[in-house]
Design a protein. Structure first.
Lengths: 160, 233
């Protein structure tokens, strides 16, 4: 399928300031629409817009570089933290995010539910017990840490 | 198609309240996204403070529970106080609470040394500057991933290729079966969503988090901050 260019003659190029305002998403929708229609027909403004991105959207430059190494976020404990928090806050539906390296690949969506590790350190992971609510401790996923503390304060350290 | 997703249609309109606003209104979806966005930071702070994986996960969820209570108090002041700093202060307070608990009931299995954790916290503050750039980058990547989940693959692909990769929009349009117009609408829409959803959380415009000095003064202090140093130090 060929890209369909606008059949209307190109309007006058927007000023650099106008294009920058557009790039910052600060123009109202109808004005944005007009700039978009112009951009579709004007390679010079396309190039200008790309240059303006460095000023108006520095985070795009961040995304042009590989995501920073973050070894802790790859740990099973980080997944567990997210699962616990979500359960505690009462929203167990969201799946954890994949590592940033997978982001750029189109169609590479996170696959289903996060695998909860069966064992983490000295903890045996049990099945999910239910959904957390206000004032409730984490339910499900693992022995809640307070159970550990409770056991210890009662003088029975949890075995390895 | 699953769920309500923007299409790659021909208009540009519509916006929704920011994640911060929705979280203040206790919107569960907003909280789910906040948790996805910030868990690696909070968890990483706990791990770098010396906690085991399990204890870090525990303090992490306690931190978010505290955040639920306090989020109404956060006020974003561009260039002065950032959400990241504020959340970090809350996390620090939770770490201190954790260390105090460990002093009272040391479990001694996970390798945490409460006194050591408390001693190291001020030193960890000094690492702040080095961490700023990396954490800002991490947040940008995670924010982008959250948005990608809510737009069509074609829209995301058009946005990514025209802004991040800097490809020729005519080529992108040809590859994706779109008009060049639609490529720029996709660009506009994704950027609008990124900026709108994470307003007040991530400074997309000036990357101050990444380059400027941390706002040591005037940042909002959650409760407990005044006694944060505790008696252990």
């Amino acid at each position: 399928m060929r890209p369909a260019h606008s059949s209307e003659p190109a309007n006058l190029c927007p000023s650099r300031e106008h294009l920058a305002t557009f790039a910052e998403n600060l123009l109202p929708p109808d004005a944005s629409q007009a700039v978009i229609e112009h951009l579709a027909t004007c390679p010079a403004c396309q190039a200008s817009l790309h240059t303006l991105d460095d000023e108006t959207a520095p985070f795009l430059a961040t995304l042009r570089h590989p995501a920073p190494a973050d070894p802790h976020s790859e740990e099973a404990g980080c997944r567990l933290a997210e699962d616990w928090t979500r359960a505690r806050l009462g929203d167990p539906t969201l799946t954890p995010l994949p590592s940033p390296q997978r982001l750029a690949a189109p169609g590479n969506r996170p696959a289903g539910e996060s695998p909860i590790p069966r064992r983490l350190g000295q903890y045996q992971i049990l099945e999910k017990l239910g959904q957390g609510g206000d004032g409730q401790r984490v339910q499900g996923a693992a022995h809640p840490p307070e159970a550990r503390r409770g056991a210890e304060s009662a003088g029975s350290p949890q075995a390895e | 198609m699953k769920g309500p997703r923007p299409n790659t249609g021909s208009d540009v309109s519509g916006t929704s309240p920011s994640l911060l606003v929705r979280a203040r209104e206790q919107d569960p979806d907003a909280w789910g996204r906040l948790v996805s966005l910030y868990t690696p930071l909070v968890y990483g702070w706990c791990r770098r403070a010396g906690l085991t994986e399990m204890d870090a996960a525990d303090v992490c969820q306690e931190t978010f529970c505290k955040l639920v209570q306090l989020i109404g108090e956060f006020r974003h002041e561009p260039g002065r106080s950032t959400f990241r700093h504020w959340l970090r202060t809350i996390t620090w307070n939770q770490l201190r609470s954790f260390a105090r608990r460990e002093e009272r009931w040391p479990h001694g299995i996970g390798g945490n040394d409460a006194l050591e954790i408390l001693r190291q916290l001020p030193a960890k503050e000094d690492e702040e500057q080095e961490a700023l750039v990396r954490e800002h980058q991490l947040l940008c990547w995670r924010a982008a991933e959250l948005v990608r989940r809510n737009v069509e693959d074609k829209t995301w692909s058009a946005f990514w290729r025209v802004t991040v990769e800097g490809e020729d929009p005519v080529r992108i349009a040809f590859d994706l079966g779109l008009t060049v117009n639609a490529v720029y609408i996709a660009r506009w829409r994704v950027l609008k969503r990124l900026r709108g959803e994470f307003a007040g959380l991530i400074d997309f415009e000036a990357a101050r988090d990444a380059t400027g000095p941390p706002p040591q003064q005037d940042r909002p202090s959650p409760p407990e901050a005044s006694d944060a140093t505790g008696s252990f130090l």
